[in-house]
Ligand binder design. Structure first.
Ligand SMILES: Cc1ncc(COP(=O)(O)O)c(C=O)c1O
Length: 352
């Protein structure tokens, strides 16, 4: 934990005492977080809370039964000086879907977006300045806080929104990496909860993820749990590929989390004139792809040069160490829109 220095609030992005060029992706104390409570059938007005510790009932349903869902999104300081959130309406929809799937109270979309804006406004000096390539990462967290001991949903929920300044992972340009297919574990069952962002999915992934890293692979790829023949997604990011005939392909599966980054890339690919195929992707097809990448909010995309499965190495585009032109162009467009350097053609950026 890195404690933030006490300092006067300025409300100006980039004025906190931070090493903006070397933020990385780690927890940091900031001014405060947002807290909304659902109790007696209604959401309260919400408040800013300074104390990063949360006091909860010993019998809360989040810790006992996993009634906990979360989101991840970013606010950017743009070229024109304004601070905007990237597609918070999409995160609002997704947290509602996650909550509904495990019988939690879904926060209304406008309440969720208001909470995100409050978190940014209260921590404005922690928004990394334009040019540093960083962002203010928001982590909305919704969990059951009512006391229950038999298995049943809580009647009380807490929605928190944490804000953390994070850096750009790819300051020096991005190089493709090697992924490994996780063969000994499944991430999510077809009729399970893989398509929503429930905390338990990440507990399930911790061991396989760690084993992949220990074996020297920075990123693990899951196949479908039922047949083990279809590509699903990486631990915390979606899979997409570019075919030899320049189509954008990404798996359609009931167990994959619908990534907002992927949705945006599909829209941009279409806008670039590419055919977009959202369909089952047999693993056997992977060797024919000319570009492969993982995509998600944290880094937009990680390009992949090789995928290892058992003893076999599948090379993408001959295992080239250069990021392919389609991935590079799509990455540049997303980052350009986020930084306010390119036209926000689809209205993705929301002022706080
Ligand atoms: C399992 C999983 N898939 C995909 C993603 C990427 O989603 P997004 O682009 O909305 O960040 C994430 C991260 O949120 C994730 O945890």
């Amino acid at each position: 934990m890195v404690a933030a220095p006490e300092m006067p609030k300025t409300n100006v992005p980039g004025t906190a005492d931070m090493d903006w060029e070397n933020l990385g992706f780690e927890y940091r104390d900031v001014n405060s977080h947002v807290k909304f409570t659902f109790k007696n059938g209604a959401w309260d007005e919400g408040e800013m809370v300074k104390d990063p510790y949360v006091k909860v009932h010993i019998a809360n349903t989040a810790l006992h039964y996993g009634q906990s869902v979360f989101e991840g999104l970013k606010a950017f300081h743009g070229k024109d000086g304004s601070v905007k959130l990237f597609r918070p309406d999409e995160n609002a929809k997704r947290i509602r879907a996650s909550a509904e799937r495990i019988l939690m109270e879904p926060p209304p979309a406008d309440l969720f977006i208001k909470a995100c804006k409050m978190a940014v406004k209260a921590n404005m000096e922690y928004v990394p300045p334009y040019g540093s390539e960083g962002a203010l990462y928001l982590r909305p967290l919704l969990f059951g806080t009512g006391a229950r001991i038999g298995l049943q949903p809580s009647d009380e929920y807490t929605l928190l929104v944490m804000a953390i300044p994070v850096g750009n992972y790819y300051k020096g340009g991005f190089k493709p990496t090697t992924a490994v297919v996780i063969e000994d574990y499944d991430r999510a069952a077809p009729k399970g909860v893989g398509a929503v962002k429930v905390a338990g999915n990440y507990a399930a992934d911790m061991m396989p993820n760690m084993l992949a890293k220990q074996a020297g692979y920075p990123i693990g790829l899951y196949l479908d749990a039922k047949t083990n023949t279809l590509v699903e997604e990486f631990s915390t990011s979606n899979f997409f590929a570019v075919t030899e005939d320049n189509k954008f392909v990404t798996p359609d599966s009931p167990a994959v989390l619908p990534s907002i980054t992927n949705k945006s890339l599909m829209q941009l690919a279409e806008d670039e004139g590419m055919v977009v195929e959202h369909r089952p992707v047999p693993f056997d097809e992977v060797s024919s792809f000319k570009e492969v990448a993982a995509c998600g909010t944290a880094v937009v995309m990680t390009t992949i040069k090789q995928i290892v499965k058992g003893g076999e190495i599948i090379s993408i585009n001959g295992g080239s160490d250069e990021t392919g032109p389609v991935c590079q162009a799509l990455y540049d467009r997303v980052r350009g829109v986020q930084a306010g350097e390119l036209e926000d053609k689809f209205g993705w950026m929301m002022p706080v």
